[in-house]
Design a protein around this ligand. Sequence first.
Ligand SMILES: C[S@@+](CC[C@H](N)C(=O)[O-])C[C@H]1O[C@@H](n2cnc3c(N)ncnc32)[C@H](O)[C@@H]1O
Ligand SMILES: O=C(c1ccccc1)c1ccc(O)c(O)c1[N+](=O)[O-]
Ligand SMILES: [Mg+2]
Length: 214
Amino acid sequence: TQSTRPQRILGAVQQNATRGDPRSVVRAIDQYCRNQEWAMNVGDEKGCILDSVVSEVNPATVLELGTYCGYSTVRIASLLPPHAKLITLEFNPEFAVIARQVIAWAGLEDKIQLVEGASGDLIPKMKEQFGVETFDLVFLDHWKDRYLPDTKLMEECGLLRKGSVLLADNVICPGTPEYLEFVRSSPRYESQYFKSHLEYTKVEDGLEKSVFLG
Ligand SMILES: C[S@@+](CC[C@H](N)C(=O)[O-])C[C@H]1O[C@@H](n2cnc3c(N)ncnc32)[C@H](O)[C@@H]1O
Ligand SMILES: O=C(c1ccccc1)c1ccc(O)c(O)c1[N+](=O)[O-]
Ligand SMILES: [Mg+2]
C-alpha cells in the first residue's frame, strides 16, 4: 500500500538521523524535503530565525500550534533550558502518530507534550488540564485562518503575560492578512517582521514576532 508523505519523512529520520540527536533529526528532514519532496515544515531558512527568537526568549513554557511531523517541535525543544516544557497541538491523528515517533527518535519526550485535538477546544483547557499559567513563547503554524481567533482566545484565557512572545509562520505565504493587520495595529502588541522564504523555495515568506504588552 502507498505510504504517506509523513511516513516517508519518518523513514528519512530513522534512516539518516542519530537516535537522541535532535539536530541530526532536523537536518535529516530538511535534506529529505529539499531533495526528495517538499513538505510544510518551517524549514531551515526560517528555522534559523526561529532558533534565534527561541534563544533570545529562553522560554520556560512554549505553546506550538500545529505539529505536523514534529520538525519545528524538535527544533524548538532542542534549544530549551532544562525543565522547560513545550506543549504542541495537532488535530490530525495520522500526523500525531508520526510526530510522536520523530520526537521519540530525537529523545525529547521529556520536554514535549503532544496533545491531540483542535486548538480552539484545547486552549481554554490549558490551565486546568495542563497546569499552565502563561506561555513565554507561542509558535503559530497551524491553518492560517486560525491565527487571529486563537490569539484572541489565548488573551481571553489569560495565557499571555506582559512580555509573552508570539512568533507566526507564513505571514506572507500562504499569508495571514487579518492576523497581521491585528498585531501590527493593536496598541497591545509590538510587532517585527523577519523577511525570509517559503520553506525549501525562493518564494517570499516571513515570520512575524509580536510581543504582548499586557
Ligand atoms: C504547517 S503544519 C505544522 C508544521 C510544523 N509546525 C513544522 O514547522 O514542522 C500545520 C499543522 O497544523 C495542524 N492544524 C491545523 N489547524 C489546527 C488546529 N486548529 N488545531 C490543531 N492542529 C491544527 C494541521 O493538521 C497540520 O499538521
Ligand atoms: O497552508 C499551507 C499549504 C497550502 C497548500 C498546500 C500545502 C500547504 C502551508 C504552507 C506552508 C506552511 O509553512 C504552512 O504552515 C502551511 N500550512 O498548511 O499551515
Ligand atoms: Mg508554516
